[in-house]
Design a protein around this ligand. Structure first.
Ligand code: FAD
Length: 287
């Protein structure tokens, strides 16, 4: 099923993300985790694409299995900046053959080995549209706190408009820990004429090391309420996990109460975290 059709049902949705293994020897354990998460019957699941595309076949096989075994629609990620067009076209054929109807079309992070075939995600989206028409529902990434390469948020949003005009059906945000940042961002998107659904990407932070890594990578703002939680509970793994899940739940409840209907949880291949969040929201999202 296409994600655009799910969104057209006009109800709150909860979806989860998993990432494929880096090597074949961890494939089975990652697949088991992904299947456990799929067993929760979220509205859809996304499967990321390893940087550089070296594990692209794992993205397809995990997404395919989730759909076959649990009948949960999947969103397969696809990056382009380090790939030749032939590789991208092969992946599109493979996704089509496996009945995957949703693609998160991404540029990917730049490296020294980039090809010249695609410079931006918008070019990948145009290519998919030219090759496959409306066969796939296409998502794109967006950055409420600005993509690190952009000079300003305003410039980043103008660039985002090219991507949406190329054929994005919806946008999923980078993680954020302060909902007010998202509310202001959505307002700016609408002002710029970007009207597609915006899916809020929520990261439940369940250990203190994870948070310092995330923030040094993406420059995400940490509200003092969140910092206090990490300071107080960071040294106790179980307490930090419980507090991280509670914080993410509170964020989601506030988002839904303020009209942000679509929530994507970066569940990091952790079925127990996905399950706890879903249980916390059961009456709110009707699951
Ligand atoms: P783009 O939309 O191409 O934007 C990249 C930069 O170029 C931005 O600064 C933008 O403002 C600028 N830009 C865009 N168009 C133009 C233009 N026409 N002229 C000038 N500047 C322009 N990475 C992975 O490797 N695998 C994944 O599975 C993955 N999944 C992700 C999922 C989400 C929801 C998010 C938020 C990120 C994900 N990433 C993933 C990371 C992503 O690949 C990086 O953030 C990457 O640096 C940018 O990708 P993009 O698709 O947003 O790029």
């Amino acid at each position: 099923m296409k994600i655009s059709e799910i969104f057209n049902q006009n109800k709150a949705t909860l979806s989860f993300e998993v990432f494929p293994p880096k090597t074949s020897d961890t494939y089975k354990s990652v697949e088991t985790q992904a299947m456990e998460i799929a067993g929760l019957k979220p509205d859809f699941m996304s499967v990321t694409y390893g940087a550089g595309g070296g594990t692209s076949e794992y993205t397809v096989s995990i997404a395919d299995n989730i759909q076959k075994v649990h009948d949960v629609p999947t969103l397969a990620h696809l990056t382009c900046v380090s790939s030749k067009k032939e590789k991208v076209h092969k992946q599109l054929r493979l996704l089509g053959e496996h009945g995957i109807e949703n693609i998160m079309a991404l540029r990917g992070d730049r490296t020294d080995n980039d090809c010249e075939d695609y410079r931006y995600a918008s070019e990948l989206i145009s290519d998919i549209k030219e090759l496959c028409g409306d066969r796939f529902c296409i998502g794109g990434a967006c950055y409420p706190e600005c993509h690190p390469e952009s000079e300003s948020l305003e410039q980043d949003i103008r660039n985002l408009k090219y991507k949406v005009d190329a054929g994005c059906d919806f946008l999923t945000t980078q993680m954020f820990f302060d909902n007010n940042i998202l509310y202001k961002y959505i307002y700016k998107l609408r002002e710029e004429g970007i009207t597609v659904p915006v899916v809020a990407g929520i990261m439940p932070v369940t250990n203190a090391k994870q948070i310092s890594r995330i923030c040094s990578l993406s420059g995400t703002y940490l509200p003092s309420k969140f910092k206090n939680i990490v300071d107080k509970f960071g040294a106790d793994n179980d307490a930090m996990k419980q507090a991280g899940i509670a914080y993410a739940t509170e964020q989601i409840v506030d988002l839904i109460a303020n009209g942000v209907k679509h929530i994507h949880v970066y569940s990091m291949n952790k079925p127990d975290i996905a399950e706890k969040i879903q249980t916390n929201l059961s009456d709110i999202i009707g699951k």
